[in-house]
Structures are given as structure tokens and as C-alpha cells.
Design a protein around this ligand. Sequence first.
Ligand code: G3P
Length: 217
Amino acid sequence: MKFFVDTAEIDAIAELNDLGMVDGVTTNPSLIMKSGRDILEVTREICDLVDGPVSAEVVATEAADMIAEGRKLAAIAENIAVKVPLTWDGLKTCKVLSDEGRMVNVTLCFSANQALLAAKAGATFISPFIGRLDDINLDGMELIEDIRTIYDNYGFDTQILAASIRTVNHVTESARIGADVITAPPNVIKALANHPLTDKGLEAFMADWAKTGQKIL
Ligand code: G3P
């Protein structure tokens, strides 16, 4: 499973990238706002840092303008995936840009039917939002499972990019179901390393080691 990091914070991306944990990056208008950076500038910096796909989202809502914005974003670097919302105009944009050979990430997906449409429009990635479904008492994981089944039934090669990941359990479940990619904030990716028994075990080893009076270096 590929790990994308869901942020526009350069330092956080660089730290995880140095560890080989970053297969790509996703951004959105809210993340650009949080970074306080200019979208074109920060996206270029991210593309220089990371080899894999970097999603940059259009903000127009009508197809002609979305296509123009998508082309401008795609011109930043080879590894840009143009991100478009799952609206009818977004699907039109997806079809045009994917026919031009550009990677497209269709975002704000909340149903299996929407995912089916995105695959038919040639999406490279579909981004179902797990956390936001959980927020309204629906089951985000059930959606990932449904999309996996449907894509496998018909051999669609659109990659399932599990998004709006808020917890380490979302990562485990996405991997168990067979999502192709997860995108998660840096703190969630780092939290995957945590286990209380690791901390407890290390504490006991350190206490015993101190009693030996030895040093390795
Ligand atoms: O990748 C989409 C993500 O940024 C949305 O996450 O936590 O705002 O629902 P969230």
C-alpha cells in the first residue's frame, strides 16, 4: 500500500520523505490556506522534494475553468495529479485531462456510484473521504470495501486513495480491505509507530541495562 501525506507543510513532508515513507502528497484548498503559502510556489517546492504524485486541487466549479486551472497546475511538474471534486463538471474535467495524459485525482467521493463514474471518466485516483462519513455516523470503511469490490468486478484500474484518514485504525482497515493508497496527515503516519508495549518493554530494557554499568559507545 502506498502512503501519501496529506499536508502542504514542507518540513513535515521532508521529514517523512527522508524516511522513505512518502509515495506522494495530497493537498486541498484548506491545507493550502493552513500553510499560509502561495499555491503555485508551495506545490512546486513539494514536487521538487517528492518523486511520486502530488495532488493539487482546482477551485473553479465550471468545467471550462476547471480544465484551464488543471492545465496550469499540471504545468508545474510532471508528477502533478490534478485534483477535481466529484461533480458533473469535475467528471468532465477528469475525462478531458486524463485523455491528455495527465493524472487526475477525483476527490470528495462519498458513494460507490460516484466512484464508478470517476473510474469511467478515467480517474487515476478516487478519493473516498472516510472520516467525514464517520462524522455523520455512516461507515467510511464500508465505502472503501464497496469500491474495492466494484473496481475488481470490472477491472477498473483507478486507484482507491483512502482519504480523510483521522486514526491509525483507518490505516489498518484500509490496508486490510486493499485500498491502493492512504493519504493521512503527518501526525497519523507518525502515530503508526506507537505501541504501549513497545514503550513498556523499552523502559524495562533501559532499567536492566543501567544495572549492568556497561556502555556500548
Ligand atoms: O485528503 C482529504 C482530507 O484532507 C480531508 O480530511 O480530516 O478534513 O476530513 P478531513
